[in-house]
Design a protein around this ligand. Structure first.
Ligand code: NAP
Length: 159
């Protein structure tokens, strides 16, 4: 099973605000995210899910929390208490790919296990205090680059 991290990163490395807000809304980037992840499980931290407020359609939404007893009233949501348990479930269900969709805490932890990164580099700086982790060129190599209006999609694979 392929473990893929997908993120949108501003020029200064910002991906969001710790109060949950997403600092920008770029329709074309959102469409790229939807097209890429549609039909596959998406794994996210509890804070990111609460920012979204509802599940992403057409995808199994896996929420990570350390808290016991959290429940969300949506059929397409599953809760796990570790990344490993979430991956094991997706393996068992025979998904070909799983996407780790943030936020900062979850990206940092998933960098060790992911085999691929799909990063949209936005062409502007953003205000915020949640950052994407460092992408070490010893570990990752750029596989492709694709220019769009307000961003560039960069695909990295593990060396
Ligand atoms: N630009 C992008 O592509 C992008 C994508 C996604 C999100 N974001 C932004 O990122 C920000 C949120 O990121 P964040 O770092 O603050 O929070 P986050 O990563 O979304 O969620 C953190 C929470 O995940 C749970 N968690 C973390 N590690 C865990 C583990 N090993 N096992 C089980 N649960 C675990 C904990 O929940 P509990 O506290 O419940 O235990 C923790 O508080 C928002 O601003 C959002 O808009 C940006």
């Amino acid at each position: 099973m392929k473990i893929i991290i997908i993120s949108a990163v501003a020029k200064n490395g910002v991906i969001g605000k710790s109060n949950g807000e997403m600092p920008w809304h770029v329709k074309e980037e959102f469409q790229h995210f939807k097209k890429t992840t549609f039909g596959f499980p998406v794994i996210m931290g509890r804070k990111t899910f609460e920012t979204l407020g509802k599940p992403l359609k057409g995808r199994l939404n896996i929420i990570l929390t350390k808290k016991l007893g959290i429940n969300y009233p949506f059929a397409e949501v599953k809760i796990f208490h570790s990344l490993t348990d979430a991956y094991s479930y997706c393996e068992k269900e025979k998904y070909e790919k799983v996407f780790v969709i943030g936020g900062g805490e979850i990206y940092s932890q998933a960098m060790e296990t992911a085999g691929e990164l799909i990063i949209s580099y936005m062409n502007f700086q953003a205000e915020g205090d949640v950052f994407f982790p460092v992408i070490d060129s010893e570990t990752w190599k750029v596989e492709s680059r694709e220019k769009r209006n307000e961003f560039e999609i960069c695909r990295y694979i593990r060396k």
